[in-house]
Every structure is written in C-alpha cells, then in structure tokens.
Design a protein around this ligand. Structure first.
Ligand code: CAA
Length: 380
C-alpha cells in the first residue's frame, strides 16, 4: 500500500505537477482542475477511512505521497497537506460522529477543500494568544475576528477555526469550530504576494458577526488548543516530507547540471568542491528521510511523536534550504535566473522553516521533550 501511494503520487507529480510548476509560480495560481484530478486519485482523503469515502491510508503512506507531490510542486502540495493533515486530521481525532458523517465524505471527494485558521495578525508563534472571539448566543456562537496566512483561504468550503471562548483563560479558553463557507459574515481578503510557493492560495479571513451553530464545536469547549497542537504534531511530519521533496528536486537538478555543464574542459561534476556539495546533499536528504520515516511510523502505530515530529520538521526543512542553496551555487549564474527550476526551489524551500512552527519553536519543543517539563505534551 505504501509503495502504491508513493508511486501514484510520483506519476501524478511527474506528469501533471512538475511540467506546470514554473507557469503556476509566474501566474501565482493553480487552476482548479488540478485539485479535481488529485481528488479523483484519492489525494484529498488520504487518511480518511473508507466508510467516509477516503483511502484509509496510514501516516507513513501519506507522508511518502506528500514527499513525491512536493517534489513536483510544493505550492500545490501544501494545500493538500493542510486539507489532509490539519483539517481532516482534526475531525478524525476530535470530531463527533455527526461531524465526521457530514464533513469527511465532502472533504475526501474534493467537493469541499479545507482550511486551517489558527494564526492571526497578532498571534503567530504565540498561537495561544489568539483573539478571534466566539460569544455564545442561544444555540450559536457569534464570531468576530481576523485569521491570517490561511492556506486554501480563497476557495475553501470548510474552515477549521480556533476561537477564544473564554478570553480570561488564555490558551485554556480556546475552542475549535467547523465553519462552513456558506455562513454569512465570512470575508475573504486579498491573496498574499509571497516569496515562494507563490501559487498556493494564502489569504486573510475575517469573521464579522458570523453565527455558527454550537453543533460545530469540535471536541469540548475551551479544549481547542490541544486539538490545534495535536494536529500540528501530525502536520509537521507532512511538512518535513514536503521539505524532503523540495530537497530531492533541488538535488536532482544539481546532479544533472553538474554532469552536463563543462568548465576548464570537463564536466563540473569532476571537481571535488562540487562533489563535496553533492555528497552532503545526498547524505542530508537520506538522514531527513529517515527522520520523517521514524515520525510517520510512530504516527502509523498510534504512538506519541511530538519530539520526533519536531526533529523531522527541523532537520528536513534545514536540509531543503541547504540543498536549494547549494543547487543554485552549482548552477552558478544560471541558477539565479528563472530559466532554471532551482531558483523557484530556493524560494519554495524558505517557508518550510517558518510555517507549522518556526525552526526556533521546533528547537524549543525538542529541548522541552528532552529535558522534561511540567507540561509534557502527549500526542497519542
Ligand atoms: N500535543 C498535545 N498537547 C499539547 C501539545 C502537543 N504537541 N503541545 C502543547 N500541548 C498542551 C500542553 O500540554 C498544555 O496543556 P496543559 O496546560 O493542560 O498542560 C497546553 O497545550 C498549552 O501548552 P503550552 O503551555 O506549551 O503552550 P504555549 O502557549 O507555551 O505554546 C508553542 C507552545 C509550542 C509555542 C505553541 O504555541 C506552538 O506550537 N506555536 C507555533 C504555532 C504554529 O505552529 N502555527 C502554525 C500555523 S498553521 C500553518 O502554518 C499551516 C500552513 O499554512 C501550512
């Protein structure tokens, strides 16, 4: 099953993503037909059980497929990873039976695309300080506030929104709501102009007197922050897989270029300084892949993986950035132009050290897990 998921993703990436990635980057947009094709292949419900219309894959199969898709076009894959690991993942982990029945079949079929709304203009790394308020009013909550950096924001039909239901209690007063796009009071902001993954759809989403039924509450009221953290543990493994995909794409380009490009009368791959870069890239990519496999294996077995997920995310994202940097160096001046894919890969790699928790936060989580803490989280 794992090999089949990886192979299907690799074929789709080779035929449909890689050839279009540069044009999408220029246009800063991905046509909707590609999401529909991905849905037909099951990529929008990868871990959703069969009874809800998904593929019911384990996390390791999912991570392998994510790596391959990112190798083709990270800007496309990031939307799928938010949809699968964060939105479907939260409903699977904490949603009730009715929420699963209502949402999962629509998400798995691609009829709905999901978006994860945690960050705000004033609450990024300090996610627990979010301010979007949900005030009870009869059998509803009334939402007011603004979410930032919402991937898939422009076309999502379902928003997983983290709100403050008890502002005096900080991160212990946060709840998680499933907000359907059809509810009045949702305003979608302009698309962000980004350095990399430019074709992914990143928006601000504003809620203005948006009345959401209480039945949309995921898990218990005021227990939403743990839901956010648990799904991020899982999501970080998919971002680590994305990083490996970007690193591999950069590596492939660098190797092919080094073998074809001649200077001083021979291919530059024959020079030891180039060989050193290629050797380091190969070694680090393998090491990153092993860390991803370990974390994904723990998740597949239903075991906690907070530390292992952060290690995989931290090392793989650094690997992607170093690999893309060296790939440009090997290309010389050519690599600095948009004629060669390494220029885009370099820009795309940059975000992997920022979203789903910065590298600084991954260090902090790893240290906290190693040293032990009164707040030792469990992600089982
Ligand atoms: N699993 C389960 N529970 C967890 C947990 C985990 N991994 N991490 C923390 N918790 C629990 C703690 O046990 C604690 O509960 P108790 O009080 O009952 O013990 C509670 O959550 C609060 O924990 P902290 O006190 O550690 O919380 P904090 O406010 O200090 O924050 C943090 C910790 C690690 C910095 C966290 O805020 C964080 O991860 N920040 C980064 C935010 C982030 O990753 N944003 C990504 C946005 S989504 C995105 O990027 C998607 C995209 O576009 C691609």
């Amino acid at each position: 099953m794992r090999e089949m998921a990886r192979k299907t993703a690799r074929d789709f990436a080779e035929k449909r993503l890689k050839p279009n990635a540069a044009a999408w980057d220029e246009a800063e947009e991905i046509p909707g037909e590609f999401y529909r094709e991905a849905a037909e292949l099951g990529f929008l419900g990868m871990m959703v059980p069969d009874e809800f219309g998904g593929l019911g894959l384990d996390y390791a199969s999912y991570a392998g497929a994510m790596e391959e898709l990112a190798r083709g076009a990270a800007a496309f894959q990031v939307g799928l990873t938010v949809h699968n690991s964060l939105v479907c993942g939260a409903i699977l982990a904490a949603g009730n039976g009715d929420q699963k029945k209502r949402c999962l079949p629509k998400l798995a079929s691609g009829e709905w695309i999901g978006a994860y709304c945690l960050s705000e203009p004033g609450a990024g790394t300090d996610a627990g300080s979010l301010k979007t308020a949900a005030v009870p009013a009869g059998d509803s909550y009334v939402l007011n506030g603004t979410k930032a950096w919402v991937t898939n924001g422009g076309f999502a039909s379902l928003f997983l929104v983290f709100v403050s239901t008890d502002p005096a209690r900080g991160n212990k007063g946060i709840s998680c709501l499933l907000v359907e796009r059809s509810i009045p009071g949702i305003h979608i902001g302009k698309k962000e102009k980004k350095l990399g993954i430019r074709a992914s759809d990143t928006r601000e989403v504003r809620f203005e007197n948006c009345r959401v039924p209480k039945s949309a509450l995921v898990g218990e009221e005021n227990h939403g922050f743990k839901v956010a953290m648990q799904v991020l543990d899982r999501g970080r493994v998919a971002i680590a897989a994305q990083s490996v995909g970007i690193a591999r794409a950069a590596f492939d380009e660098a190797v092919a270029y080094a073998q074809g490009r001649e200077q001083f009368g021979r291919p530059i791959a024959q020079f030891q300084m180039i060989q050193m870069k290629i050797a380091r890239m190969a070694m680090e990519i393998d090491a990153a892949k092993l860390l991803v496999d370990r974390a994904a294996g723990l998740l597949s077995a239903g075991l906690p993986c907070t530390k292992e997920a952060s290690m995989a995310k931290l090392f793989a994202s650094q690997t992607a950035n170093r690999a893309a940097f060296d790939a440009i160096q090997i290309h010389g001046g050519n690599g600095y132009t948009r004629e060669f894919p390494v220029e885009r890969l370099y820009r795309d790699a940059r975000i992997t050290e920022i979203y789903e928790g910065t590298s600084e936060i991954q260090h902090l989580i790893i240290a906290r897990e190693v040293l032990g803490s009164s707040k030792k989280p469990s992600s089982a």
